[in-house]
Structures are given as structure tokens and as C-alpha cells.
Design a protein around this ligand. Structure first.
Ligand code: B16
Ligand code: MG
Length: 225
């Protein structure tokens, strides 16, 4: 028999904050090609492992790390020229990308969020984020976009995610962050948010929950958060 005094507790769903590169689309491969070419210009061969450690790291910081590995010192003007060249190369590859490159399960999760009035933000280190979302034709799913143009401190600083929560008018503890990079998981944890490590790399195993791909995430799991 139903007890009329027993109120059914409906847990509100948490807001979503998505990282971009490696979560929505695999742009790491394009960053890798472009950075490899820049490395070669200064006589250095960038390894796959080194590229992995650049995930979630800003463009300027990525160049600094590459020059450090290469043991090369350049003037501010020379660095600026390499940053421009890298980005032009990267953008050329991005512009050839199609909607079929959206990672499995992403569209379904965005649609679930839309149908259930879950606030959604983007929290990316990339200064090219809006261009990529437009290219993939998914901009309309996002209530807020915070990218590399809006923050002064890069991940692992929590700034990008805290700004996302603020724009969504959500408390940090009511946000869940989907991230593929160690720096991003650290940033989301520092923000006091629930973390979902995507992609299965060892570096994201510190997240609260881990999935190889977004199509493994069930609506029951989302409701349990
Ligand atoms: P851009 P995310 C990051 O994006 C990438 O993971 C990282 O490899 C890249 O250096 C950074 O964006 C800056 O990108 O050169 O386009 O400004 O993973 O935080 O979405
Ligand atoms: Mg990423």
C-alpha cells in the first residue's frame, strides 16, 4: 500500500560541462600533426606520448613545453610566428572535418540533456572551440560556452569550469564534467565538481567515473549522479 505521508524524492539532474577536444571530437590527431611539423622546424621529433601530455594544455603552453623538450630557445617574435603557423595548419585540418567525426554517443547525450532541461556548457582550453562547434553543427545544444578566449589560467586551474557553472547559474557541486585529459580532471576536481574521465587513458583514472566512450553512458547512470 502506498504511504501518503511518504514523499517521492526526485533527485535533480546535474548540469553538464563538456570538454571539447577528446570528448566531443578527436582533434588531438590534428594537433599532433600540426605540432609535429612545428617540432621538425626546430629539429625535434614530437612523440605520441609527448603529444598525449599536451591534451588540455593551452597553445602557448604547448609550444613552451615542445621548445623545452627540444632544448631550443627562441625570441618572442619567433614563438609568435610558430604559434600562428601551427594554428593555420590546425585550422586547415579542422575545416576539412565533418559531422561524422562527432564521437559515438555525444549527440545522444546532448539530445538527452535538451529533452530533460539539463543545462549544458562547454569548458575547453581551445581558442578555436566555437569554430569547431559550428563546423559540427552542435552549437545550439550549449547554454554557455567557455573556451581559451575567456580564461586567463589554463587547466589544471579550475577557472574554465567555474566560469561555466557561473554562466549556467549552477553551484559547482551540481555540475558534472566530461574530460579526457589529466589536466582537465584536476581542474574539475579543484572546482569541486563530479568528474567523468573519457577515453580510457591511464591519466584520467583519477576521475570519479570512467568510460571508454560516451555511448557506454546510460541514462540510468546520469540519473544516479
Ligand atoms: P587551440 P580541450 C585543448 O582543448 C586541447 O586538448 C589541447 O591539445 C590544445 O592545445 C588546447 O585545447 C588549445 O587549443 O590551439 O585550438 O586554442 O581538450 O580543452 O577542449
Ligand atoms: Mg580534451
Amino acid at each position: 500500500m502506498v504511504n501518503p505521508n511518504h514523499k517521492l524524492e526526485i533527485k535533480p539532474l546535474k548540469a553538464f560541462i563538456f570538454d571539447l577536444d577528446g570528448v566531443i571530437v578527436d582533434t588531438a590527431k590534428y594537433h599532433f600533426t600540426a605540432w609535429k611539423r612545428i617540432g621538425e622546424k626546430v629539429g625535434f621529433t614530437l612523440s605520441h606520448e609527448q603529444n598525449e601530455s599536451l591534451k588540455g594544455v593551452s597553445r602557448v603552453e604547448s609550444l613552451e613545453r615542445i621548445l623545452g623538450w627540444a632544448g631550443v630557445q627562441l625570441s618572442a617574435e619567433e614563438k609568435e610566428a610558430l604559434l600562428i603557423e601551427k594554428n593555420e595548419d590546425y585550422l586547415q585540418q579542422i575545416d576539412a572535418m565533418g559531422r561524422e567525426e562527432i564521437l559515438p554517443g555525444v549527440l545522444e547525450l546532448l539530445q538527452f540533456a535538451q529533452e530533460n532541461n539539463i543545462p549544458v556548457a562547454l569548458g575547453s582550453a581551445s581558442k578555436n572551440a566555437t569554430r569547431i562547434l559550428e563546423k559540427l553543427n552542435i552549437t545550439s545544444y550549449f547554454n554557455a560556452i567557455v573556451d581559451g578566449n575567456h580564461v586567463s589560467k589554463s587547466k589544471p586551474d579550475p577557472e574554465v569550469f567555474l566560469k561555466g557553472a557561473e554562466l549556467l547559474q549552477q553551484a559547482p557541486e551540481n555540475c558534472v564534467v566530461f574530460e579526457d585529459a589529466a589536466a582537465g580532471i584536476a581542474a574539475a576536481k579543484a572546482a569541486g565538481m563530479t568528474t567523468i574521465g573519457m577515453g580510457g587513458a591511464d591519466e584520467v583514472k583519477t576521475a570519479d567515473h570512467c568510460f571508454d566512450a560516451m555511448d557506454q553512458i546510460t541514462t540510468a547512470f546520469i540519473r544516479s549522479l
